[in-house]
Design a protein around this ligand. Structure first.
Ligand SMILES: CC(C)(COP(=O)(O)OP(=O)(O)OC[C@H]1O[C@@H](n2cnc3c(N)ncnc32)[C@H](O)[C@@H]1OP(=O)(O)O)[C@@H](O)C(=O)NCCC(=O)NCCS
Length: 173
């Protein structure tokens, strides 16, 4: 199975925020943004794995900036690291200024997807080869995020989370 680069899974979705998708302050409802991120990430994970994928966990979402009604929003998703059957997908959310076309980063999310075969069993995915500096940074940090997610889900003992221990306790991984 040949390794793939993040650009091979990059998925770009541009859409407008309609009034029915906003909260009482007329900003994009958080759950609506989560769903949009999930859709973009699901396509990216499918492009990387070449098969069926499901969302296994939402590892991190930062709603740093409100997205007002009428905004033109672009989501950019790409696989940031592949493990066995699981993949981390990073989603950047940008708002476009209607007048000068400039984009500003509004939010980001990090999801984990798992590849399944036609019988619903987990199946291996290609390795990921990061190319740019940002892709390399995200690739490195993905291991810590995977360990944190698995510890919180009760699927890994904290003592086995070597990268986290190195981060918090200065131990060699
Ligand atoms: C995701 C799912 C396939 C995992 O099944 P499972 O029996 O727990 O599988 P495993 O324990 O063998 O884990 C499979 C992979 O998922 C990863 N994984 C499981 N839970 C995870 C979590 N909370 N965070 C990060 N990775 C996780 C494991 O590390 C493993 O990765 P690897 O193969 O790269 O090592 C299963 O829980 C499922 O089908 N969930 C429902 C998915 C769904 O329907 N999503 C839509 C929203 S409802």
């Amino acid at each position: 199975m040949d390794a793939k680069t993040p650009s091979q899974s990059r998925t770009i979705m541009t859409d407008i925020v309609l009034p029915g998708e906003t909260n009482i302050l007329k900003n994009l409802f958080g759950g609506e943004l989560l769903a949009r991120m999930d859709r973009a990430a699901s396509i990216a994970a499918g492009r990387h794995s070449g098969g069926i994928t499901v969302t296994a966990s939402v590892n991190q979402v930062a709603f740093s900036q409100a997205v007002p009604s009428g905004s033109v929003v672009t989501l950019e998703a790409a696989v940031s690291r592949a493990f066995g059957s699981s993949m981390e997908v990073f989603i950047d959310v940008w708002i476009e200024n209607r007048f000068d076309g400039k984009r500003t980063k509004a939010n980001e999310g990090i999801y984990t997807f798992v590849a399944l075969d036609e019988n619903g069993k987990t199946t291996k995915v290609p390795a990921l080869l990061p190319e740019t500096e940002l892709e390399k940074e995200r690739f490195e940090a993905a291991l810590r995020r995977r360990q944190l997610s698995l510890v919180l889900a009760g699927k890994m003992k904290p003592t086995e989370a070597t990268e986290l221990r190195a981060l918090f306790m200065g131990e060699a991984p």
